[in-house]
Design a protein around this ligand. Structure first.
Ligand SMILES: C[S@@+](CC[C@H](N)C(=O)[O-])C[C@H]1O[C@@H](n2cnc3c(N)ncnc32)[C@H](O)[C@@H]1O
Length: 185
């Protein structure tokens, strides 16, 4: 999908897309580096957009890993369905609020790792809290929730919900971003 099409989606649905361009390869590396992806049973990606993280995730997960990809935007969803043919990827059109339901549909109870690009800072507070709480609920103990944001705005809610939050910065992205790595203890 072209960068101009991403921008078009942003201009149509600013508070849902939350970014003017897809994430850079540098941010992709900071988001996915050091995670135990190859041995994971279930990895969930929230808000894949044009699929920059999805494509790299498919290179890093194991042959038996299920990658559950949740996208709310119709255009992004349709593009991903056309673009990704890997049988390990299950692409769902829906909201990140219903994670337990999507897991049930694939006969799974919990996830090892959640990669989120959701624009938490621009979502209504109740929706944001519901998404992060439900993500924590379906994570295994020791599981990891990785979230990027363009500000430190969401640090309070992530620290309140997860016991452990580490922050990295990625300058080489438009705009520069913070990566939060949250562990469920
Ligand atoms: C900042 S973009 C990130 C896109 C891509 N992952 C990247 O890094 O380039 C945020 C994405 O989250 C999606 N999104 C927003 N709210 C959502 C929700 N409640 N459930 C699932 N996806 C959502 C948007 O449609 C968009 O694709």
């Amino acid at each position: 999908m072209k960068k101009t099409s991403f921008l078009k989606e942003f201009l149509t649905r600013k508070n849902q897309v939350g970014a003017v361009a897809p994430s850079s390869k540098y941010l992709t590396k900071k988001m996915l580096g050091g995670l135990e992806l190859v041995n994971a049973d279930v990895v969930i990606e929230l808000g894949p957009g044009t699929g920059v993280f999805t494509e790299r995730l498919l290179e890093l997960i194991g042959p038996k890993t299920t990658l559950l990809v949740i996208e709310i935007n119709e255009t992004f969803y349709e593009n991903l369905k056309t673009q990704i043919k890997d049988p390990r990827a299950i692409i769902v059109k829906g909201s990140a609020t219903d994670l337990d339901l999507y897991l049930k549909q694939i006969d799974k109870k919990e996830a090892d790792i959640i990669i989120s690009s959701l624009p938490l800072a621009v979502l209504p507070k109740t929706l944001r809290n519901r998404i992060v709480f439900s993500a924590k609920n379906i994570l295994k103990t020791g599981g990891v929730y990785v979230q990027f944001q363009y500000s430190l705005h969401s640090i309070r809610i992530l620290k309140r919900i997860f016991n452990s939050v580490k922050i990295k910065h990625c300058a080489l992205n438009i705009p520069p971003a913070f990566v939060y790595t949250c562990t469920k203890k």
